[in-house]
Design a protein around this ligand. Structure first.
Ligand code: ATP
Ligand code: MG
Length: 253
């Protein structure tokens, strides 16, 4: 069916279709990526010919048994490692294996947020300081930093804990701090490797609900891995990995 809207553009499609195509454009494209690890004479084939396209604003969950390659895939997407063969293209313009160290560091600092299973908060910093750290690294002026940190800490429901250090918070509250820290730079992409693994089911669901809310409010793309079938229900797309290959890729209504 042809689109009933027409905006004059130089494209062969109408303006609204063109705009929606841009909005839905892929921010990650992996083409036939393989990752091998050498263990002495033995080679572990952690990923085999993985083709994955992820669009802007997706809320995607990677599942699969232990050792299936989930962390390896997230590490390649997060520019923490490069594939043995194949290509990872990010944000429509960067092929990760071709970036130098400085370019990789800037890409990670400015466009990707990370959330870890074990929170990885700095123990001597309070909530505000932990959330503000990525902005310090970007040398954002103090007044702007304070304003942005306060607004986000409020948004994740922790303003009354603002001066608490991580050891004065519950596991769920710590992961909320980690979510805020991952989002403070307004990254286009947030990667979370088993963000609920150290949380009980209800707390884990609350953290995922928060991530989903951030996905809705800010349009941030989220990719998270999990073992927990109960938390998969919240994802909009589930990619199943087995023995380093994508076994199933389905959208969830
Ligand atoms: N640095 C490494 N050196 C050697 N082998 C590795 C390394 N990292 C991962 N592997 C191997 O690659 C395979 C995939 O590991 P990966 O950590 O990606 O799995 P996973 O799906 O994240 O597992 P889990 O659910 O237990 O976290 C496994 O066989 C693992 O042993
Ligand atoms: Mg893992």
């Amino acid at each position: 069916m042809s689109c009933r809207f027409y905006l004059p553009t130089t494209q062969s499609t109408c303006g609204l279709c063109y705009i929606s195509k841009i909005l839905m454009s892929d921010i990650i494209v992996t083409e036939k990526i393989c990752k091998n690890y050498s263990l002495g004479t033995h080679v572990v084939r952690a990923l085999v010919d993985v083709d994955l396209h992820v669009g802007m604003g997706e809320f995607l969950c990677i599942v699969g048994p232990s050792g299936s390659g989930k962390t390896t895939l997230l590490n390649l997407i997060g520019c923490l490692d490069v594939p043995t063969s194949g290509t990872v293209k990010m944000f429509g313009q960067y092929e990760t294996a071709k970036l130098n160290d400085k370019e990789t560091t800037l890409l990670r600092r400015d466009r990707i947020g990370f959330i870890f299973q074990s929170f990885n908060l700095l123990p001597v910093f309070n909530v505000m300081e932990n959330v503000g750290l990525p902005l310090e690294l970007q040398r954002v002026p103090k007044a702007e930093l304070d304003k942005r940190v306060k607004a986000l800490v409020e948004e994740v429901g922790l303003i009354e804990y603002a001066q608490h250090r991580p050891d004065e918070l519950s596991g769920g509250q710590r992961q909320r701090v980690a979510v805020a820290r991952a989002l403070i730079t307004n990254p286009q992409l947030v990667l979370a490797d088993e963000p609920t693994a150290n949380l009980d089911h209800d707390t884990g669901m609350a953290v995922l609900e928060l991530m989903l809310e951030m996905n809705r409010n800010h349009g941030t793309t989220f990719i998270f891995s999990t073992h927990d079938p109960k938390v998969m229900g919240i994802a909009k797309r589930i990619v199943t990995v087995e023995d380093g290959r994508i076994k199933e890729d389905r959208n969830v209504a």
